[in-house]
Structures are given as structure tokens and as C-alpha cells.
Design a protein around this ligand. Structure first.
Ligand code: GDP
Ligand code: IMO
Ligand code: MG
Length: 424
């Protein structure tokens, strides 16, 4: 039996991680976010209700699951408290079971303002960030000047840090970007007020995880974004500002790498990306528009249209190799229903050298597979899938080189084919 499972996105984010995490927390009793911030948008559909989680781990909707936000996450107090309020409005109590690492750096309003100002200044060359202040907050962490969640216990430290950081960011905003300054007095007051609500969540996360592990509880580590948005290994500079792979599940929580039992990767049955940057299999034709429409490919955080394309077996295979992924969760199979033929990218042609990503106009190598006429929507038994859908999945599995554990055929937690449960 696996006790600790890391789940990461294997593409450019939005693979359906939220749905899979929600499903797996039927078994896991602890779920941990270890990187990213409220740039993430993880959708969970339960019956007629749709929830989008940004900072809270996607296990939050199961009332007995402990939800942990690790030191690797950058936390915006405004966003966290708003999300807690929203989930409480749905009648779900979260405060007693939410734990926050004192080491988590805080995202403050000037981080978001500078993120947005930089993007606006870049114009066409922009990264297409979520504008949430993720990059600047991680910069402060690395520069060893961040205000961290644990500092909220010390009002004097809050005042001093906000003033020191605020002075720097206001200089940038006013003198460099020609914008208005952030009101630091009002910000400090609000933060001290928010501290009263946030301090009770603070917990010794490494000790908590160790105790859970020793006590034979099942722990799920929930990745945000995807492998190709990783700051080191992704399509730099069109990436996010954190490591999004399996190693961050250890560095972002204080849980030892030697205790991860399994690493599973979530991949859409096709590919999407939001924001700028290389996307080899991107489609600009009717098929691309069909995928966007059928898959409702609009960002869960910013509402932006996602770019769509064929499944990229080259990139996904490499994502799995780099992260030691030993089980694949293939999502949104139903979105491919009715397409006459499907393509799997199996080679990058002359642009084979990694480190130089091909663009969508490159001579990529594809395998063409037959589509299917019947519907896969809501199917829960692999035997009920059309033969062509099974053939597509078999070939995808072979090309990626990792067994498929789980196939998702709809947004609802019940619309899933479980072949091998990751916690078995
Ligand atoms: P995440 O960021 O990886 O958690 O993914 P998002 O929530 O941003 O985007 C995935 C979208 O696809 C959400 O709207 C989900 O409700 C939806 N979704 C997940 N799995 C499936 C599936 O198998 N079929 C369909 N049609 N939708 C799905
Ligand atoms: P989930 O967890 C998809 C993208 C942004 C942009 C780049 C940098 O829902 O899969 P940032 O605001 O992080 O500095 O933006 O990363 N991005 C995501 N794309 N899903 C996400 O999260 C993303 N989080 C960030 O669009 O291209
Ligand atoms: Mg998302």
C-alpha cells in the first residue's frame, strides 16, 4: 500500500489535477500544497456544484481531510481568507483542519501591482502571467527579505517589513512605472487584522507530516501548474517562478524525498497552455477551436482562453522521466469524442534537441489514429470505451512509457475509470 503519493501536472498546467486530487482524497487523509500560489485554479465538480480552489488544497471539499499549505507556497492573505470565506458559504468547515507553514512567504498587494506593471511594460513580449504577484513574491523569498506567514505572530516585525518592502516597491511603482503608490499604513493595518485569523493556522508542517506518516495516514502532495512551467526545466522564460516537479514536494514541505512511495502525473488526452511561450503541437485550425469549445478551455483563475493542440508524447514522456512518474492519469478523454482522427506527436524532427523547443510551425512527426463515433462521457469501465478510444490510450501509454492508472471521462468526481488506485 502506498502511503505518500505526489501528484504533478505533466504539461503546461490545467491538466485536471484538482479533479484527480479530490477523487484521491477519498482515501488520503492529508493533502498538501507545496509550491505556487493563487495563480493555480483547480476545479472540482461534485454533482451540480463546481468549486475552483486556488490556495486551499483540493482535498478541502472532503470534510475529514487535513489541508496543509507548505513553506514552498506563496500565500496572499487576502486570497486565502476570501477562499476560506467562500468555502464556508458552501457550508464546509475548514478552519480546524487547515494548517499553514510559518515558512510560507506572503504575497502582498505591491507584488501583484509590480507583476502587472512589468507585464504591461513588456507588451507583446509579456509572459502572460496571472498577475497575482507570484514572481515578485518568490524574488523576495530568494533575496531573503520576504515577510513570511510565521512573522504574523510579531506585529512589530510586520510593521517593519511592510515598511521596508513597501518603500522599495513603491519606489519601483512610482519612479519606474509611473504609477500610484500602495498605501502602506492601510496595508499594515489590514495585515495585522488578518494576522488574527491566520495565526491559528500556523503549524509545524514537517512534524505534522512525520506524525501522519508514522501513524500510517495516507498523504497526497498536490502539485500546481505543470512540469513545463517549471522555473528550471520549463519553457523558460515563459514559466512560473517555482519548481513544479516532484522534488518541490519535499523542499516545499519538509517531508523527506526517501519517503515518497509513488509519483503520479496528470495529463490531458490532448494539450493546452495559457499565456505565452512555446507550444509545439498547438492547433490554429477548426480542430483547435473544437477542442477549446468542447473542453471549455478557459482559465480557472483568469478566465483567459487556453491555447489547444494535440497530445505531445515527446514532452510528456520527458516530463515523466524527469519526475520518476510511475502512473499516469489521463483526463478529458471525452473531449476527443466525435473527432474523425487524432494525432499524437512522436518526434520533433529537425528540432529534436531539447533546450531548444520547436514552435508549432516546425516539422513535427505525428502518428495519426482513428477517432471514435460513440461517447466516452461519464464511462466508468474501460471495457465500455469504444475500441478506437482504447487503441488511442494504449498507444499514448506506450509512447509515454508509463502505465495509465486512471482515465477521466468527465469533470465530475464520479466520471472516472480507475485501473490502478494510486494508494493501493
Ligand atoms: P487543474 O488546474 O489541473 O486542476 O485543472 P483546471 O481545473 O484548471 O482545468 C481542468 C478543467 O477540466 C476543469 O474545468 C475541470 O472541471 C475539467 N475536467 C477535468 N477532468 C475532466 C474530464 O475528464 N472531462 C471533462 N470534460 N472535463 C474535465
Ligand atoms: P494550475 O495549477 C496554467 C502560467 C501563466 C503564465 C505563467 C507565469 O491551475 O495548473 P505566473 O502568474 O505563475 O507568474 O504566470 O504560468 N500559469 C498557469 N497556467 N495553469 C496554472 O495553474 C498556472 N499558473 C501559472 O499563465 O503563462
Ligand atoms: Mg488550473
Amino acid at each position: 500500500m502506498s502511503k505518500s503519493v505526489v501528484l504533478v501536472g505533466t504539461q503546461w498546467g490545467d491538466e485536471g489535477k484538482g479533479k484527480v486530487v479530490d477523487l484521491l482524497t477519498e482515501v488520503a487523509s492529508v493533502v498538501v500544497r507545496f509550491q505556487g500560489g493563487h495563480n493555480a485554479g483547480h476545479t472540482v465538480v461534485i454533482g451540480s456544484k463546481r468549486y475552483v480552489l486556488h490556495l486551499l488544497p483540493s482535498g478541502a471539499l472532503r470534510r475529514d481531510v487535513t489541508c496543509i499549505i507548505g513553506n514552498g507556497v506563496v500565500v496572499a492573505p487576502d486570497a486565502l481568507l476570501q477562499e476560506i470565506g467562500e468555502i464556508e458559504e458552501h457550508g464546509i468547515a475548514i478552519r480546524e483542519r487547515l494548517k499553514l507553514s510559518p515558512g510560507a512567504p506572503l504575497i502582498l498587494p505591491f507584488h501583484a501591482r509590480v507583476d502587472q506593471a512589468r507585464e504591461a511594460r513588456k507588451g507583446e513580449a509579456r509572459i502572460g502571467t496571472t498577475g497575482r504577484g507570484i514572481g515578485p513574491a518568490y524574488e523576495d523569498k530568494i533575496a531573503r527579505r520576504a515577510l513570511r506567514a510565521g512573522d504574523l505572530t510579531d506585529p512589530q516585525k510586520v510593521r517593519e517589513q511592510v515598511e521596508a518592502l513597501g518603500e522599495y516597491y513603491n519606489f519601483l511603482l512610482v519612479r519606474y512605472f509611473d504609477q500610484s503608490a500602495v498605501d502602506l499604513v492601510a496595508l499594515t493595518d489590514r495585515l495585522l487584522h488578518q494576522a488574527e485569523q491566520l495565526v491559528p493556522f500556523l503549524a509545524d508542517v514537517p512534524a505534522l507530516l512525520d506524525a501522519s506518516y508514522q501513524g500510517s495516514e495516507s498523504i497526497l502532495f498536490e502539485g500546481a501548474q505543470g512540469v513545463w512551467l517549471d522555473i528550471d526545466h520549463g519553457t523558460y522564460p515563459f514559466v512560473t517562478s517555482s519548481n513544479t516537479g516532484v522534488a518541490a514536494a519535499s523542499s516545499g514541505t519538509g517531508f523527506p524525498v526517501t519517503r515518497f512511495d509513488r509519483v503520479i502525473g496528470v495529463a490531458k488526452a490532448y494539450t493546452t497552455r495559457v499565456g505565452s511561450g512555446p507550444f509545439p503541437t498547438e492547433l490554429f485550425d477548426e480542430t483547435g477551436r473544437h477542442l477549446a469549445k468542447t473542453g471549455a478551455e478557459f482559465g480557472a483563475t483568469t478566465g483567459r482562453a487556453r491555447r489547444c493542440g494535440w497530445f505531445d508524447a515527446v514532452a510528456t514522456r520527458r516530463a515523466c522521466t524527469m519526475n520518476g512518474i510511475d502512473g499516469l492519469c489521463v483526463t478529458k478523454l471525452d473531449v476527443l469524442d466525435g473527432l474523425p482522427e487524432l494525432k499524437l506527436c512522436v518526434g520533433y524532427g529537425d528540432d529534436a534537441a531539447f533546450g531548444r523547443w520547436p514552435d508549432s510551425s516546425s516539422e513535427l512527426e505525428f502518428e495519426v489514429m482513428a477517432g471514435w463515433e460513440g461517447s466516452t462521457a461519464g464511462v466508468t469501465d474501460r471495457g465500455q470505451l469504444p475500441a478506437e478510444a482504447n487503441a488511442y490510450l494504449d498507444r499514448l501509454e506506450e509512447l509515454v512509457g508509463v502505465p495509465i492508472d486512471l482515465i477521466s471521462t468527465g469533470a465530475d468526481r464520479d466520471e472516472t475509470i480507475v485501473l490502478r488506485h494510486p494508494f493501493d
